[in-house]
Design a protein around this ligand. Structure first.
Ligand SMILES: [Zn+2]
Length: 259
């Protein structure tokens, strides 16, 4: 059995039997892992209190060839996700970030870029950056890194620049110019295109100095949602729960997630 150690961000923590927990975590150098933290549910466990989604920690674990689950031997907390635990909206956002990353990161594949995306997003939220801005930035980048969302430069059909206006195909697969988009396409405004282009060269701190309008961010959320649902064939559970919960709180009828 080999001992591994790396910086990681926890993605999910679930109970296993009476005393143990299963922890899914994204490491900086070794990609996503799932492991057992023995005795983690006991009151005086050495893991006490440190196993929460989106916590950043230095994790030590043992791997055995041919086994899916690793054995977690140590967890040293580096950053508690305080900015994502204080209120209901923050908790819902945190579960969306964690589930998305758990869905798109692959086990055993190096994931330095994914790690940096999640790390910088959580850190920006700790510094109280606008939540909608952080959420849309994260969604768009994650889809781009997964190869599902090309940078909006030109129409892949006719080569025309997309700057003047574009539309997302009904299938969610391509961003086309208005002329090439067929029926059912979702129009994409110049503001949304500009945001999608800015995320290539501006980090969250820079974006927040000149933030896009709330309506633009809402539009980016629609676009990313359509691409994500088309690829997965369904919506992520955390998004369904968040939209139902927020609709109930505001007394609005629940928004229907169209494919
Ligand atoms: Zn075109």
């Amino acid at each position: 059995m080999a001992l591994h150690q790396d910086e990681a961000i926890l993605l999910a923590v679930t109970d296993l039997q009476e005393a143990d927990r299963i922890v899914e975590f994204l490491t900086r150098r070794e990609g996503k892992r799932r492991g057992v933290a023995r005795g983690a549910k006991r009151r005086f466990s050495r893991f006490a209190g440190e196993l929460q989604p989106l916590a950043k920690a230095r994790i030590g674990w043992f791997e055995k060839e041919g086994r899916d689950l690793v054995r977690i031997s140590s967890v040293e907390l580096l950053r508690a996700p305080k900015g994502l635990t204080g209120d209901l909206e923050a908790i819902l956002l945190g579960s969306c970030l964690a589930e998305q990353m758990a869905t798109f990161a692959q086990e055993g594949e190096p994931a330095e870029t994914l790690f940096r995306l999640l790390d910088s997003t959580v850190e920006a939220l700790e510094r109280r950056i606008d939540r909608a801005l952080a959420a849309r930035y994260f969604e768009a980048w994650l889809l781009r890194l997964a190869g599902l969302f090309p940078a909006p430069a030109e129409c892949p059909r006719c080569g025309r620049p997309l700057r003047e206006g574009a539309a997302l195909e009904a299938s969610g697969e391509n961003l086309l110019c208005a002329g090439c988009a067929g029926p059912g396409a979702l129009p994409v405004s110049a503001g949304a295109l500009s945001f999608l282009e800015r995320i290539s060269r501006e980090n969250l701190a820079r974006l927040s100095e000149r933030p896009p309008a709330p309506a633009t961010l809402a539009e980016v959320g629609e676009i990313a949602g359509r691409i994500r649902r088309h690829f997965l064939g369904h919506e992520l559970k955390s998004y369904v729960v968040a939209s139902q919960t927020l609709a109930r709180l505001s007394g609005q009828p629940e928004r229907r997630e169209g494919r």
